[in-house]
Design a binder for this molecule. Structure first.
Ligand code: 1PX
Length: 215
C-alpha cells in the first residue's frame, strides 16, 4: 500500500541504487538499474492516483526486464551491455518495425532510458529552483525537452494534465525524506552526476548499436 513503511520513498535509497549501478569497467548492472526505477515508482505512487497510468507503464516495463533477469537466460541479463549483445547476437530485437519480439529487453529498457533523461533534466531544474518555482512548470519543461518527443499526442496531453496536479516544491522536497531544503538541494547535487553517468553510458551503447529508435 502506498504510504506504508516499506513503500516509503527515500531519495537516499534511489541514490544508493544508482551508485551501485556501475561496475568497475562501467557496465550498467540491470538489477540495480531496475531497483532504482522501483524506488522512483514508489515516489510516484506516493503522489496519488492521478499518476497511476504513468507508474503502471513503468511497472510493466520493470516486470518485463525482471522476467528476463529471472528467466532461463538470466546470465545474459546481468548488465545492459550483456543484454544488448545477447539479444542482438540472437536476433531477439525488432530493429525497424514491430515483429516477433515486441517486448525485447533492448526496446523495453530504451523506454526507461528515455525517462531517465527526463528525470535528469527535472531533478536539475528542481535543484536550481527557487521557493516560488512551480514544480508543474519544471516538470513540463523537462518532459518537453525529452520524453515528449517520443510520445504521441494523447500521452502528451494526459501527461500535461497530470503535471498540473503535482504538489508544490515544499511538499515535493518533504516527500523526498532527506531533511530541510538545503539538504535536498545538496542530495540532488550528489545524485545528478550518478544518474547522468548511467544515462550517458547507456546512450553511447545504444547509439553505437543503432538502437536509439527501436519500435
Ligand atoms: C525525486 C523525484 C523523483 C520523481 C520520480 C518520478 C518517477 C517517474 C517515473 C516515470 C516513468 C515513466 C516511464 C515512461 C516510459 C514510456 O515512455 N512509456 C511510453 C512508451 O511505451 P511503449 O511500450 O508504448 O513504447 C508509454 O506510452 C507511456 C505511457 C505512460 C505515460 C508516460 C508519461 C511520462 C511522464 C514522465 C513524467 C512523470 C512525472 C512524475 C512527476 C514526479
Amino acid at each position: 500500500m502506498a504510504g506504508s513503511e516499506d513503500q516509503k520513498f527515500s531519495l537516499q535509497e534511489v541514490l544508493d541504487t544508482f551508485k551501485l549501478c556501475l561496475s568497475e569497467n562501467k557496465e550498467v548492472y540491470l538489477e540495480q538499474y531496475v531497483a532504482g526505477w522501483r524506488g522512483l515508482v514508489k515516489f510516484l505512487n506516493s503522489l496519488g492516483s492521478v499518476f497511476g497510468f504513468i507508474s503502471k507503464d513503468a511497472v510493466s516495463k520493470i516486470q518485463i526486464l525482471v522476467s528476463y533477469m529471472k528467466g532461463e537466460n538470466a546470465s545474459h541479463y546481468a548488465t545492459v551491455q550483456s543484454m544488448v549483445k545477447y539479444e542482438l547476437d540472437n536476433n531477439l530485437v525488432d530493429v525497424n518495425k514491430k515483429g516477433s519480439h515486441p517486448e525485447s529487453g533492448c526496446r523495453t529498457l530504451l523506454r526507461l532510458h528515455r525517462a531517465l533523461r527526463w528525470l535528469e533534466l527535472f531533478l536539475d531544474r528542481l535543484r536550481t529552483s527557487t521557493e516560488d518555482s512551480k514544480t508543474s512548470a519544471l516538470c513540463a519543461e523537462a518532459y518537453n525537452e525529452s520524453l515528449a518527443q517520443h510520445h504521441p499526442w494523447m500521452i502528451r496531453k494526459a501527461a500535461g494534465m497530470a503535471f498540473l496536479v503535482l504538489p508544490g516544491r515544499q511538499t515535493f522536497f518533504e516527500v523526498m525524506n532527506v531533511g530541510p531544503p538545503e539538504q535536498v538541494v545538496a542530495k540532488l547535487g550528489e545524485a545528478l552526476p550518478l544518474i547522468s553517468e548511467v544515462y550517458q553510458i547507456t546512450e553511447d551503447l545504444y547509439a553505437q548499436h543503432n538502437l536509439l529508435d527501436l519500435p
